[in-house]
Design a protein around this ligand. Structure first.
Ligand SMILES: [Zn+2]
Length: 291
């Protein structure tokens, strides 16, 4: 696996997965890079799986369950650093030549870590054929470490974005920070998503129990994902209007579709497997808008 440096403003990039993948990297991936060490930070809450058992225990019936990959990611990029200096890491699976690109973000609120095992399960399954899939397990490692929603400065990263950022906070839990994109975690996701230009971005939260239809960009994606996840479609409108959210920023400035997913409070192996398969489906389903 190759560790790439954070993208600098104005650095060269290409279509598809967002950076040049050369033959050396490909050769490296073929020798079977080890599965990356678990990147979770700090203690896991009771409702979080410490480890996801093998797929043999997955539910049966329905679509065939993809077999787990035996190799690790084909690339690994540090997309930035948290306030306390922890690496924010994106791992790439699938075809480096693919123009159909998905991004999955396991967690951005430190008290909502149920998407992290889903992200890891997606990593174990890899990307659907002909696609590229980036997985960010955790955008808020500082908050996760101390079971805090916000980052180390108690900023809600899903209110700190640049899309209709609002200083007026329903504080303290939704504190949006001193200014739009004031936090390094926010700047990291912005530069990363601008560079890889995904067709779809899925962001997991808890525990609203639904797939978000609030200002959705692709209704078929919302509906299809909800069906496959066995979650209802719900409009999560932040009690009025959502300000400074990742989804709002992405859907108004980028070509692809971002979707907020509110998982259930309890997470188990069966759900993790179902949700991971649904996420892989979404990458195949969405149109290739950045060809
Ligand atoms: Zn959340």
């Amino acid at each position: 696996m190759i560790e790439t440096k954070p993208m600098l403003p104005g650095s060269i990039r290409r279509g598809g997965v967002g950076f040049v993948v050369g033959p050396v990297l490909l050769a490296g991936s073929l020798v079977g890079a080890a599965t990356p060490a678990a990147a979770s930070h700090g203690a896991q809450a009771n409702f979080i799986l410490a480890a996801v058992p093998p797929l043999a225990e997955a539910e049966s019936g329905g679509e065939p369950t993809p077999q787990p990959r035996t190799t690790g990611p084909i690339a690994k990029r540090t997309i930035g650093y948290s306030v306390q200096g922890r690496k924010l890491v994106a791992r790439l699976y699938g075809s480096p030549a693919a123009t159909k690109v998905g991004v999955v973000i396991g967690s951005m609120h430190g008290t909502e870590r149920g998407g992290i095992p889903v992200a890891k399960r997606i990593e174990a399954l890899g990307a659907p054929a002909g696609t590229a899939l980036w997985v960010i397990r955790n955008l808020n490692p500082d908050g996760s470490r101390i079971n805090q929603r916000g980052n180390a400065r108690k900023v809600d990263l899903n209110r700190n974005g640049t899309h209709i950022w609002a200083a007026k906070a329903r504080a303290p839990v939704y504190y949006p920070g001193p200014s739009a994109a004031s936090e390094p975690e926010t700047r990291a996701y912005i530069s990363f998503l601008e560079s890889v230009k995904p067709d779809v971005v899925l962001i997991y939260h808890q525990h609203g129990n639904g797939v978000d239809s609030y200002r959705q960009k692709n209704a078929g994606l919302t509906k299809g994902l909800a069906k496959r996840m066995k979650l209802p479609v719900k409009p999560f409108n932040c009690d009025g209007e959502c300000t400074g959210t990742l989804t709002g920023w992405f859907n108004t400035t980028q070509a692809g579709a971002a979707l907020t997913i509110e998982l259930t409070a309890s997470v188990n192996t069966k759900k993790v497997n179902r949700w991971a398969k649904a996420a892989r489906w979404s990458v195949g389903y969405v149109p290739d808008v950045n060809r």
